[in-house]
Design a protein around this ligand. Sequence first.
Ligand code: SF4
Length: 334
Amino acid sequence: MSKLLEVNDLKKHFPIHGGLFGGVTANVYAVDGVSFDIAKGETLSLVGESGCGKSTVGKAILRLIEPTAGQVVLDGERIDNIPLSQLRKLRRRIQVVFQDPFSSLNPRMRVRDILAEPLINFGLAKGGSDIDDKVAALMDKVRLPRDAMRRFPHEFSGGQRQRIGIARALAPGADLIICDEAVSALDVSVKAQIVNLLSDLQDELGLALLFISHDLAIVEHLTHRVAVMYLGRIVELTDRRTLFSKSHHPYTRALLSAVPVPDPDAPRNRVILTGDVPSPINPPSGCRFHTRCPFAFDRCRTEEPQLRSVGTGHQTACHLEHAPGEPIAAMAMA
Ligand code: SF4
């Protein structure tokens, strides 16, 4: 599969100003050298605890915030350094669905007008009836009744509003949709419906998805590959099946072992983490995870592990030669 998006050594550092003259006194290392790619029609999930930098990666790709360093390449063309005026036409190809659909939908606009806006802005509809036809087709795609286009956002449930958000992302004909915690605020059954919708749309339209989530259980049903982030860095990157059956990094194992399973009495290799995530202002020396890792040894405290290959398409940033313990049987894929 050809690459649609390449992210190379992306960094986003937020300066902290202080002191007598308001100079930069420190930096928040929110994203600190992240690289991955996404093929056309592929889903890559970016997972990790709150504050690990995953949403910042999404915003930096979209240039909603300016990256500090690194490259973002869309279909062979760098988009991290082009003027914002030129970026506009490329924005058509990368769209975003945020966690809270209500705050991202204008409450004073009817759904018809919300969906018409990108069609008009990108010159994709010719006039009134053409707009109505295209909005109706978008409503069909996200499985909302056509007559609902006359209603306002507050007249919809959370799941329905998220469908409107997805329709708006589809309107300009995007190749890639960044879903930033797009199902996190929804009830379990609604979550599953939205994930199924995204999966169906991907099959139908050949969409690529960057699915940003703290919830590995949701990711399992949607993704092709997973990148696990900790304190601004990717610590493991592999395909879904390998991640859920043969993960290598102790942090990934801790996340997996915390995922609820249908039978809570089934034997599991729990990896219990202690302590809080350290501050991204002053990340720990060596392996950033060493302050919480139950397998840390001397080398971990001084030498930062780089991503290295431990199998076909499987990379990990850990000094351990072999994955600790046995595979997490309870999470093994069927
Ligand atoms: Fe744990 Fe050391 Fe591996 Fe980091 S490098 S995850 S501290 S074993």
